[in-house]
Design a binder for this molecule. Structure first.
Ligand code: SF4
Length: 264
């Protein structure tokens, strides 16, 4: 089986427990205005022109984003890091883009990892058929589940899709008692609005089993990436969050008895 990936990160430490290898799959059904990986959104292999300097000389090089990889090729890459997984309690993480856009490929790879006893995690936006999510629970040990906005209209405005499927899939995983960590990006004046944080706390409090959340402060670094890839960047966040803002949000989750980690 084959699919399109655009990066492989070895020795990753923020994508699940232990030392991990993170594989980034191309294609995403959402268009979050703050997306840090604009090169991940299209499912196609893309080309762009990169400007390089050598002394005073400037020259252009054609570069590609993404390549076609087979399950066997990725397994060989994964197996190179097995010793680190075993030492650290790590494993492989499927990320993107949205890995579920290439469901059959990701499922095949995850199945083969499980056959080899490798821990599997998936970083997903949850915008996929519930049947697919159900199938995935057979081969995925940990869901890193992105949740951004509770109000449906706001969700549509900033991501291009509605959130009802995302929330119902989350409730489904909760019912199945799956290992899930919510990932909440803190986008100033958008996801950090008091009513959204309150809605997040209420939603998580209504779940029976899912009690862990990683809050991920936004960094204003994506803009440069957009211009490098020749893509428009429409979000004007204005400022990065202050530590005091992050602490205030963190406390609201803690008060509700939730387990909170703050990302970098
Ligand atoms: S779901 Fe993730 S990869 Fe897709 S557009 Fe949003 S931030 Fe980017």
């Amino acid at each position: 089986m084959q699919g399109v990936v655009f990066d492989i990160k070895h020795y990753a430490v923020h994508d699940g427990p232990g030392i991990r290898q993170t594989i980034f799959f191309k294609g995403c059904p959402m268009r979050c205005q703050w997306c840090h990986n604009p090169e991940s959104q299209s499912a196609e292999i893309e080309k762009y022109r990169q400007q390089n300097r050598l002394g005073v000389k400037v020259f252009m090089r054609d570069k590609k984003i993404g390549w076609i990889a087979t399950t066997e090729e990725l397994l060989k890459e994964i197996e190179k890091d097995v010793v680190f997984f075993e030492e650290s309690g790590g494993g492989v993480t499927f990320s993107g883009g949205e890995p579920l856009e290439q469901f059959d490929f990701v499922y095949d790879l995850a199945y083969k990892c499980k056959e080899r006893g490798i821990h599997t995690a998936i970083d997903t936006c949850g915008y996929a058929g519930t049947k697919q999510i159900d199938q995935l629970t057979k081969v995925i040990d940990l869901f890193l589940y992105d949740l951004k906005l509770i109000d449906n209209e706001e969700h549509y405005k900033y991501t291009g899709v509605e959130n009802d499927l995302i929330i119902s899939n989350l409730r489904f995983l909760d019912m199945l008692e799956q290992e899930v960590i919510i990932r909440f990006p803190l986008i100033p004046e958008i996801t950090t609005r008091p009513e959204n944080v309150k809605g997040m706390v209420e939603l998580m409090s209504s779940l029976k089993n899912i009690k862990k959340i990683d809050i991920l402060p936004y960094h204003n670094i994506a803009k440069e990436k957009y211009s490098r890839f020749g893509k428009p960047f429409s979000l004007d966040v204005g400022r990065n969050l202050l530590p005091v803002d992050v602490t205030h949000i963190r406390q609201q989750f803690l008060k509700a008895g939730l387990e909170v980690k703050t990302g970098t």
